[in-house]
Design a binder for this molecule. Sequence first.
Ligand SMILES: O[C@H]1[C@H](O)[C@@H](O)[C@H](O)[C@@H](O)[C@H]1O
Length: 584
Amino acid sequence: MGIHIPYLTSKTSQSNVGDAVGNADSVEFNSEHDSPSKRGKITLESHEIQRAPASDDEDRIQIKPVNDEDDTSVMITFNQSLSPFIITLTFVASISGFMFGYDTGYISSALISIGTDLDHKVLTYGEKEIVTAATSLGALITSIFAGTAADIFGRKRCLMGSNLMFVIGAILQVSAHTFWQMAVGRLIMGFGVGIGSLIAPLFISEIAPKMIRGRLTVINSLWLTGGQLVAYGCGAGLNYVNNGWRILVGLSLIPTAVQFTCLCFLPDTPRYYVMKGDLARATEVLKRSYTDTSEEIIERKVEELVTLNQSIPGKNVPEKVWNTIKELHTVPSNLRALIIGCGLQAIQQFTGWNSLMYFSGTIFETVGFKNSSAVSIIVSGTNFIFTLVAFFSIDKIGRRTILLIGLPGMTMALVVCSIAFHFLGIKFDGAVAVVVSSGFSSWGIVIIVFIIVFAAFYALGIGTVPWQQSELFPQNVRGIGTSYATATNWAGSLVIASTFLTMLQNITPAGTFAFFAGLSCLSTIFCYFCYPELSGLELEEVQTILKDGFNIKASKALAKKRKQQVARVHELKYEPTQEIIEDI
Ligand SMILES: O[C@H]1[C@H](O)[C@@H](O)[C@H](O)[C@@H](O)[C@H]1O
């Protein structure tokens, strides 16, 4: 069985159709010196990455996609433009990213404008931390179970459940006159954020064509940082409005209502329907997603999903979950994936970015800025813009490279902030920060400028790359693996939210920023030794790379090779046509 595309010839036409579900397509490229017509081949063979046994051509490598849904996806995406249906599903799922951003973002301004509206007194630093951290705690709790819940109840129902929690949480906050009602409202809202932060990228990755899966995941991050930016913008606008923070919270109901309404009319993912044994629904969703694809290919895609579903051992759900957990920890490549996934999420949080996200209003006020929310907009705007830069560079420049540019940049910016805070001389009188050289000073400007520089380096690398976590894990452990990594993210966020202001008080702002600088420096070392270059690699290649070590050198060489091969395909001016499947 073979696939034929212009300039690419079929190699293993003797393989039978049944093999195709389990077997993988492989793209084989010959030496650069070959003529275009001889340069590329697509074959269907085994699942391993191999050098072709071509002694005459050392440069031949076979790309063998995973024993995964990608087998058929390769055929589909060669022959399929992005359908409006997939765009709609991605758009609707990404609203969760927006909610994540908005709900974690508005608290910075709200903490300033709440004033004495709760219990008729100003919130202490400890109370500010509890109100902020409640959302992270809620998100941590639900992110642990969301992966399993999504398999039992469906991705769509989980997202709708998160909408319900957003509504209850928002109503409790809007009507709060006591600190505790506000904190409980934030906690319930956090339940929704935790579910959304895990399910939205999962939903997108399950409906996205393989070739653009990475980028579609970054779209969720763009919505997220966009949500934070909007929250800061609205916060600045409502700063001087009486009870403005209540409006700020109330506004979060709009995107929730939009997502809930849209989900009522949209289906779940094909993978979920296959898990439930509803193959007819799975086929229907695939047909709507891949409008240019033949029925035969769609059928094979469904068969493939059925095979994958059966590959998780166990008679019932608890047994399957237990076996998956076992596999995640005992298979060396899975364990390394887990170390990288959780490691990157922990680094994202423990290098301190969210202390700015949650408390930048408080920090800038301390430094002497009157409209601190407006300054916060510049910081979150920088975060958004550099997430956009990451969107364009994550595949081209590579994940490892942008991480290794971002982390040292962050370290440098944090060191400068620490020095500036030292000279600014902030003292604490009880829970109130007092700037020694009172008023606006040049050290204040240095702090603002380098916090912006920090934001840029953060968003370029560690702010974005950890959310690519699903590519680290093979299909059978992906749900639980990403659940662990997401929970690590929220645990880190919880620690930062609940300790940052206390740290400022106890070890001074200079000490706090120096501490984050130290962690950033250690994180650079971790990434240098443990994070392989994964851009352009097939999912199975990721597993092979992680099999007996972190194999940084090999990963870099392979990623480079893949890029050259993609460039060659472009050189061939390959036009997708129906011919692709003519030999099947
Ligand atoms: O990737 C996101 C993004 O960087 C946000 O700005 C941050 O607040 C989140 O914690 C993080 O997960």
